[in-house]
Design a protein around this ligand. Structure first.
Ligand code: F0G
Length: 456
């Protein structure tokens, strides 16, 4: 039996990658003020900035696009995707939105009150920001292993049940619901076990609190459960995913991930209690309840994507992709968050550039070096993203210096990953020539998106 796990698709439509030379990239990066967010996508070879909305749709999805019913009210496409979501989740109430953060905004804006607390393993940035915008504290309670890049654990996305219990005992009256992110993006795309979900749900329910899944990568999570959780190997991914939804009371979803579409999302709920308020807000800010800010064709593509994503050949290839790059990095002595997650590999910049001090932003430097050496675009998760310049000019720094390489779905083949592994290994060998940066211009919030830098 050959060991190579092949891409379980063949390519019918291609998009050329524009090749650039190192000299061109040096000029382009200078023009972008040493910030890869400011590059034009056309100037990038492997764009691994995010797996969100960047994947390839299937022939069946493109065919469905032509079936889109663009009626303002009662569109056939709405009923089609509603049926798929009901079949997948079992939730009777479905509210389409244009992307994940719209789902979060509707839920938090209607259900939460100022001064409340919402626990999760780790809240994603937008989730945290939207809770805080609504005056709610976002509390991250992932297990300790989830914060240790080198520690191996099959379910590093699990929530720490003891700390949840303590929170509920102390502040239960302030908790409107609990959340959990599957897979845990902020923590490295790490999965949550069914056992942990079961206990978390039971704990919340004992305190009369619903559980809401941040379900963006529910299919990748279910595949990890199938591969790693005792007793789950013989079940289908769809059954495992369904059990996760059954344990919870609702979900927010960015279909730009495991919906396999370029835009779309939804809220789905078991109980009717919040639905009317959410729909009223939906009409005010997104659109009529049967399209929620999406075109009929987007709804059709989402319906097909949600069916396709639970295909186990696809998911096996998907998880193997990250693992494969991880193996090559291991061989090159490059550190990363272990084990590799579902949608991304998180490089530990300190292991590639051990001599670059934090004041020169090693993860940012690695991001720039990846672009210069191989035209690869990742995202810094380090002290540019999470550090701060204090009013007195002093800087604070983040505890980790990571670069996330997130893989668009069904877009890149094995040779792209071989190429990336070679680029990273070469960078490690030439670490002494990699330059750090200083920030010369920055916004007061989310500075990484727009900041301007100089070589330091
Ligand atoms: N929740 C999680 C876990 C996410 O990863 C994201 C987006 C969202 C919610 C928000 O969804 O972008 O459709 O509004 N993550 C992207 C990323 C942006 O690059 O990880 P959205």
């Amino acid at each position: 039996m050959p060991k190579t796990l092949i891409e379980p698709f063949r390519i019918k439509s291609v998009e050329p990658i524009r090749m650039t030379t190192r000299a061109e990239r040096e000029r382009l990066l200078e023009e972008a003020r040493l910030n890869v967010f400011r590059l034009r996508a056309d100037d990038v070879l492997l764009d691994w900035l995010t797996d969100s909305g960047t994947g390839a749709m299937s022939a069946r999805q493109w065919a469905a696009v032509m079936q889109g019913d663009e009626s303002y009210a009662g569109a056939r496409s709405y009923y089609r995707v509603e049926a798929v979501v009901r079949d997948l989740t079992g939730y009777p109430h479905f509210i389409p939105v244009h992307q994940g953060r719209a789902a979060e905004r509707l839920l938090f804006g209607t259900v939460c009150r100022r001064g409340q607390l919402v626990p999760s393993n780790c809240h994603f940035d937008t989730t945290r920001a939207l809770l805080e915008f609504n005056g709610v504290e976002a509390v991250d309670l992932v297990i300790a292993e989830g914060l240790q890049p080198q520690t191996l654990h099959p379910f590093k996305g699990n929530i720490d049940l003891e700390r949840v219990e303590a929170l509920l005992q102390r502040d239960g009256a302030r908790v409107p619901f609990g959340m959990i992110t599957i897979t845990n993006n902020t923590g490295g795309g790490q999965p949550v076990s069914l056992e942990n979900l079961r206990q978390y749900a039971a704990l919340l329910h004992r305190h009369g609190k619903p559980l809401i899944l941040d379900a963006c990568r529910f299919a990748e999570n279910a595949m990890f459960v199938k591969l790693r959780e005792p007793g789950q190997g013989d079940r289908t991914v769809k059954e495992i995913a369904r059990e996760a939804f059954d344990l919870a009371d609702g979900c927010t979803m960015s279909a730009k991930k495991d919906g396999l579409v370029n835009t779309g999302g939804f809220v789905a709920l078991r109980s009717a209690e919040w639905v009317e308020a959410l729909r009223d807000m939906l009409i005010l800010t997104e659109g009529f309840p049967t399209y929620g800010g999406l075109a009929g064709r987007d709804l059709e593509a989402m319906a097909v994507g949600l069916e396709e994503v639970v295909d186990e050949a696809y998911l096996r290839y998907r998880l193997r992709t990250a693992e494969y790059l991880g193996e090559k990095l291991d061989a090159a002595g490059v550190g990363f968050v272990r084990p590799t997650g579902g949608h991304a590999v998180y490089l530990d910049a300190r292991t590639v550039l051990p001599d670059l001090p934090v004041e020169r932003y090693p993860a940012w430097a690695l991001c720039n070096a990846l672009y210069l050496a191989g035209g690869i675009r990742g995202v810094e998760i380090g002290s540019v993203m999470f550090g701060r310049r204090q009013p007195d000019g002093r800087e604070t720094y983040h505890s980790m210096e990571l670069v996330r390489l997130a893989f668009p779905r069904r877009m890149y083949t094995q040779s792209h990953f071989d190429f990336a592994a070679e680029v990273i290994a070469e960078l490690k060998a030439e670490a002494a020539s990699v330059r750090g940066v200083r920030i010369v211009k920055q916004a007061p919030y989310l500075r990484h998106f727009t900041c301007e830098c100089e070589w330091a």
